[in-house]
Design a protein. Structure first.
Lengths: 242, 239
């Protein structure tokens, strides 16, 4: 499994995908945090990364989909899936290796934004007076959210051998679970039904964990969500056997 | 007994691709698996290598059940799929090292060097797979199947699309390999079989129509292999 993991990482680094993804992530979050007029750090006058944490889930929808679109779809297109699945490695191990490789890349991009955190803490008055709990919670939230997006991305990539289809369907599904479900909570005529639906959305749990309180219910939700989509991926993967 | 297949069947919906076939391949044999396109050659090979499970029936490779213990079987089988899928953006050595890792080879470096040597890839070994000619690509595919020193080789149309010189080189490589390993190769080119195989299994529309030593098959029918092939596979009226 680690052989495949290493190969995936190397293929990210060998193609431009890794650099583009990390670059785009840093540039976009940086722009929104420091430069875009209206609610950047200086306009708000609050030493917090909240602006970044609000925008990052949307940027990640796009980036994670871009990272994962190739992972299974391309193996199908090239036919190398047949080589892979006739080596002594289980289908589950193949999926997990690809999942972990994407997560590693994303975590690296997330980690680099700690530079922003350092800057913010130096801007605070007195220096270092930052809500570290909320910040750590938000980082954890982003990581768990990325895990969910990655599992959606792998699933989308497994249902097609066309990368563009994989990219688009992954973005649509991710957006649906992150945003559309939580918007339903605001629809007045849906009332309590809408609010229950929003509980199933990713945003609800992301916001909850962002406050800095790591509630096991949220963690279990994210873990379960990821497991369900990885399970779907495995099902599609095995559908060749039907 | 290297490969033993019992009542192996595969159906896609109502279409029967492979219909209850039985055959055996003895250790050290080179067996040609013949049939027209769509006869069920590839499907049979895919079932033995564990890519798809059979609809019914099964069998063993070196006394290991290829349905129940697929992962174990994959360790002792080298498989070259039809069309030889490869990653064009990888370097030959990089690809073979990756494949050796997947096949759980212990001494990866030696295994890769050895495979490059026996498939005569040495002059091209530093290139990217995408830059190779079709003949060399085919050898990379074969090298990939040899890395873990498998007891059994299953090659699906190993010479398709090669020029005559490449074909004869590929035949040499396979014949050499056949001295130590059991080889089962599929093809629909008759000269191929006459050049390499001791035994022939002929399949048509999912059923076996001949399973004999090449010499016996020829003497029984008193004609060339091509004539026999035509006779055995075209006796069904076209629809």
């Amino acid at each position: 499994m680690w052989t495949l993991y290493k190969k995936e990482i190397r293929s990210y680094l060998g193609s431009l995908i890794a650099y583009i993804v990390i670059g785009v992530y840093l540039v976009l979050t940086g722009l929104f945090l420091w430069f875009v007029d209206g609610n950047n750090v200086f306009d708000l006058g609050i030493a917090s990364l909240q602006v970044m944490f609000d925008i990052a889930p949307y940027i990640l929808i796009f980036l994670v989909s871009a990272i994962t679109m190739k992972s299974i779809a391309d193996e199908k297109r090239l036919g190398t899936l047949e080589i892979l699945t006739t080596k002594p490695i289980s289908d589950t191990a193949i999926i997990l290796a690809k999942f972990l490789a994407s997560i590693t890349l994303i975590s690296f991009a997330l980690m680099l934004t700690s530079v922003y955190a350092y800057t913010i803490s130096n801007l605070a008055n007195p220096i270092g007076n930052v809500d570290w709990g909320a910040m750590m919670g938000s980082y954890l939230g982003l990581l768990l959210l990325s895990a969910c997006y990655t599992s959606i991305g792998l699933f989308s990539s497994s249902v097609t051998d066309n990368q563009i289809v994989a990219l688009l369907s992954s973005m649509v599904i991710s957006f649906f679970f992150y945003n559309v479900l939580s918007l339903l909570g605001d629809v007045s005529w849906l009332d309590s039904v809408g609010r229950s639906l929003s509980w199933f959305g990713l945003e609800f749990h992301y916001n909850s964990i962002s406050r800095g309180v790591v509630d096991t219910r949220d963690v279990v939700y994210f873990g379960g969500f990821t497991a369900v989509f990885l399970g779907f991926t495995q099902l599609v993967f095995e559908s060749r056997k039907w | 007994m290297s490969i033993e297949v019992k009542k192996l069947s595969k159906t896609y919906g109502k279409q029967v691709a492979v219909n209850q076939i039985d055959f055996k391949v003895n250790t050290g044999e080179i067996v040609g698996f013949l049939g027209p396109n769509g006869a069920g050659k590839s499907t049979t090979m895919k079932m033995i290598t564990g890519f798809i499970p059979p609809s019914s029936g099964g069998g063993t490779v070196c006394d290991t059940d290829f349905v129940e213990q697929s992962i174990e079987v994959r360790k002792i089988v080298g498989y070259l799929p039809e069309n030889n899928p490869l990653y064009p953006e990888m370097f030959i050595k990089e690809y073979l090292t990756f494949m050796a890792g997947l096949s759980q080879v212990k001494d990866i470096k030696n295994a890769v060097d050895h495979a490059i040597e026996i498939t005569r890839l040495v002059p091209e070994r530093h290139k990217k797979i995408g830059q190779l000619s079709k003949g060399y690509r085919q050898r990379v595919g074969l090298a990939q199947a040899l890395l873990h020193n498998p007891k059994v080789l299953i090659l699906d149309e190993p010479t398709s699309g090669l020029d005559p010189i490449q074909v004869s080189e590929m035949r040499h490589v396979i014949t050499d390999l056949g001295k130590e390993k059991t080889v089962m190769l599929s093809t629909h080119i008759m000269q191929e079989v006459e050049a390499m195989c001791e035994r022939v299994i002929m399949i048509n529309r999912g059923t076996i129509v001949a399973d004999e030593k090449l010499i016996e098959l020829k003497s029984n029918h008193q004609s060339s292999l091509e004539e026999i092939f035509k006779k055995l596979t075209q006796n069904v009226d076209p629809i």
